[in-house]
Each structure stands twice: as structure tokens, then as C-alpha cells.
Design a binder for this molecule. Structure first.
Ligand code: CTP
Ligand SMILES: C[C@](O)(CO)[C@H](O)COP(=O)(O)O
Length: 386
């Protein structure tokens, strides 16, 4: 991940996912963040919730690199080594993020995979007016002290909150607060307050639980199932042939007796996939985002449109489930180029190629594709949010 690769995204916010803990209370053969809930590692859910919001640094234990790489596969995440205490891991993350010079930073426990976009956005909004902001829930149960199984006293709950993450801060201020902090701290709000920063409380969410004990895995799985929003979109596009010697299909220049006619590079395959993503988001189509009347897009690479749709989906908290594209033409033959097209699309979409299907059919010489007047493309996309 480089600074320039993130240009155009939410560049002023950096993300730190602290994942260097050992998960001793949760048990299991692997630390809790690498164990699966709802079919994928805890860490992957957590990373997906922040993808598209800015550069992500995940702080890990040096022994966990293989598990971390598997959990982050296909996502733009920098892995760095943490320390023995949570605060040391956060400081390592802040130092690594300094290269991106973010204005703000969100610091989140990997062990909170059910965090919602609403909570993240509430923290970010509060950072417009405060140096720090964090989600929390007011304590609603009565509080007691206990001793040897007996209630030994009661505790006034007025003004008490249960703290959650992500905790958000002005980047420069929290970096210097962490550098100056000595001794333990339960969280980054404690470090910030010790340095004199004010921290706003924003509404937390019961769903944003921290996997701490073994029983929390099933609670998280239930939550992830319940929160999951699956969206499906389809896209259809047609471009006519004109004189030329190659067609652009899914980012690959395929030699042919004609080229495709269009305002942009006329990559009919990418256009259909882009429209499927916009469709899944109920965001209209390419024309709404990149009007053909705008000379700026004349001859433009269609990868620009596709990346925009992908980033829009990720910014809204969706991961791309899969893409299925059918190209309809008699010629050129797609089969020999399908692997290269898949790899190019995977690259542009920053998506594992196993989630991309590119296939082709003829229309049995019927209709405009049968008469070789042009190429049609039909795409389906699924988006999954937690
Ligand atoms: N040295 C540490 C300790 C904790 N953490 C992270 O801080 C978060 C909150 O910590 P906790 O839930 O206590 O996780 P563990 O330390 O892994 O759990 P345990 O205390 O049961 O071992 C977790 O995302 C954990 O990975 C970290 O990055 N570095
Ligand atoms: C930061 C935190 O998630 C706020 O609730 C929590 O303090 C970290 O977990 P730990 O169990 O206290 O290490």
C-alpha cells in the first residue's frame, strides 16, 4: 500500500486495527482474531468494516504473520509488529501510520468484528469538532461490589459508561500523547485524557461486542448473520463495432478486425460490471457518475469507472461477494483471454480472482451480436455488508 494508492479515498483518516493480543481468555488453538466466525476469520470481518475509509495498519504479533496475511488477503492492509501491551501496539500502529500524514485516526480492536458503519460515522462526525471521540453505552444495570459470592455493597451508576472502539483522535495529538504516556492504560481515551485532550462520547451499539470469552464467538456470529445485508445488482451494456484492430475487454486489448465504438475506451465488460455495482448500491449507472457529455471522459480508461464503483461500495461498508460477467459475441473468441481478463479485473477491483467469473456465449448468429455488429455484456454483482 502506498500513499498515492489511497489518493481519492478518505485520505485524511488513518485506521489502526490492534490485533497483537494472544486472546488467552477466549481460548482455542489460535488467538481469537484468527478463528472463524460466520465463515471467515474475526479479523477479516473487522478489516472489511473499515476498508475504503483510509489507509489501514493492522498491528500483529510477529508469530501470527501467516494468519494475518490470510485474513487480509485481497485487502489493502499494512501489517506491522506490535508490543506486549495494547498501548505499545497502538503506538507502533501510530508510528507506522505517520508516513500517510493523516489528520485523524480511528483505533479499533480487532476483537470487535461487528462494528457498524453507523458507529464509525458517529465517531468521525464528532472528530470535526473534538480532538477525540469514542463510542460508549451508558450503564443501565444496577452495579454492586461483591466478595466471596456475596454482595458487599452497591455502586452508583450515574455517569458510568461502557467504552467501545473505534476510538478516534486528531492524529498529531494522539501520537504525541502515546509517545509521552507511561504506565498502563485501558484504552486510548485514557491516554488522550492524560495528555489533556477532550474526548466526546458518541452512541455505541450493543452489537459492537468485544470477543473476550469463548461464549462471545457465538454471540458475534449471531450478530454478523443478523446484521448482514446482501445486495445484488445487474448491469447490461452494448457497444457497436467500428474500424480498428483490437477491442478493449475487461482491461485487455484483444486483437480483432474491429474496435468498439464509445466515448471512453468502450470496454463493454468493465462497463457492465461497473453498472452492476452501481445497481447493487442503487446508485444509477456509469452515465450518472461520468456523464458522456463531459469531454473529460473522452477516451478514458474504463478502469477509472470501475474503481469508483468499487470504492463507493467499500466506503458504504460493503465487501464484494462475487462478480459474474457474460460477454455475448461471435468474435473475438474470449476463452483464450479469460484468465488475463480475470487477473486484470482482480487487480483493478482489488479482489481475489476466485470471486470473479468471466465467460462468453454467442447468440447463435441471431440478432445484432449474431450479425457481428457489436458486443453485449451482462453482469451480476453481489455486495455483502456486516
Ligand atoms: N499486546 C497487545 C494486547 C492486545 N492487543 C489488542 O487489543 C485489543 C483488546 O484486547 P483484548 O480483548 O484484551 O485482547 P487480548 O489481549 O488478545 O485478550 P486476552 O487478554 O484474553 O489475552 C485486541 O484487539 C488485541 O488484539 C494488541 O494489539 N496488543
Ligand atoms: C479498548 C477497549 O475495547 C474498550 O472497551 C478495552 O478496554 C480493551 O480490552 P481489554 O480487555 O480491556 O484489554
Amino acid at each position: 500500500m502506498t500513499k498515492s494508492e489511497n489518493d481519492g479515498q478518505a485520505m485524511n483518516t488513518g485506521i489502526i486495527i490492534v490485533a497483537a493480543g494472544r486472546g488467552t481468555r477466549a481460548g482455542g488453538e489460535l488467538p481469537k482474531q484468527w478463528q472463524c466466525v460466520g465463515g471467515q476469520p474475526v479479523a477479516r470481518w473487522t478489516l472489511a468494516a473499515f476498508t475504503g475509509r483510509g489507509p489501514i495498519v493492522m498491528v500483529i504479533h510477529p508469530d501470527d504473520r501467516a494468519e494475518a496475511e490470510a485474513a487480509a488477503q485481497g485487502l489493502d492492509v499494512r501489517l506491522i509488529s506490535g508490543g506486549a501491551e495494547r498501548a505499545a501496539s497502538v503506538l507502533a500502529g501510530l508510528e507506522a501510520l505517520a508516513e500517510f500524514a493523516p489528520d485523524k485516526v480511528l483505533i479499533h480492536d480487532v476483537a470487535r468484528p461487528c462494528v457498524t458503519a453507523t458507529v464509525i460515522e458517529a465517531v468521525l462526525a464528532a472528530l470535526d469538532t473534538h480532538a477525540g471521540a469514542a463510542p460508549a453505552l451508558a450503564v443501565t444495570d444496577a452495579l454492586w461490589t461483591g466478595d466471596a459470592g456475596l454482595v458487599s455493597g452497591t455502586q452508583d451508576r450515574t455517569g458510568l459508561y461502557r467504552a467501545q472502539t473505534p476510538q478516534g483522535f486528531d492524529f498529531a495529538q494522539i501520537l504525541s500523547a502515546h509517545r509521552a504516556h507511561t504506565g498502563g492504560a485501558a484504552d486510548d481515551v485514557a491516554v488522550a485524557r492524560a495528555a489533556g485532550m477532550t474526548v466526546a462520547i458518541v452512541p455505541g451499539d450493543e452489537a459492537n461486542l468485544k470477543i473476550t470469552e469463548a461464549g462471545d464467538f457465538s454471540r458475534a456470529a449471531k450478530q454478523l448473520r443478523g446484521n448482514m445485508d446482501v445486495r445484488l445488482g445487474n448491469g447490461f451494456d452494448v457497444h457497436a463495432f467500428e474500424d480498428g484492430d483490437h477491442v478493449m475487454l475487461c482491461g485487455v486489448a484483444v486483437p480483432h478486425t474491429h474496435k468498439l465504438k464509445g466515448h471512453s475506451d468502450a470496454d463493454v465488460g468493465m462497463h457492465a460490471v461497473t453498472d452492476a455495482l452501481y445497481g447493487a448500491l442503487a446508485e444509477g449507472d456509469i452515465g450518472r457518475h461520468f456523464p458522456p457529455s463531459d469531454p473529460k471522459w473522452k477516451g478514458a480508461e474504463s478502469a477509472i469507472f470501475l474503481r469508483h464503483a468499487v470504492n463507493l461500495a467499500r466506503t458504504r461498508g460493503y465487501a464484494i461477494g462475487n462478480i459474474d460477467l457474460t460477454l455475448i459475441c461471435e468474435r473475438p473468441k474470449i476463452g483464450p483471454h479469460a484468465a488475463e481478463m480475470t487477473s486484470k479485473m482482480a487487480d483493478v477491483m482489488d479482489l481475489d480472482s476466485s470471486r470473479i467469473s468471466i465467460k462468453a456465449t454467442t447468440s447463435e448468429r441471431l440478432g445484432f451480436t449474431g450479425r457481428e455488429e457489436g458486443i453485449a455484456a451482462l453482469a451480476t454483482a453481489t455486495l455483502v455488508s456486516s
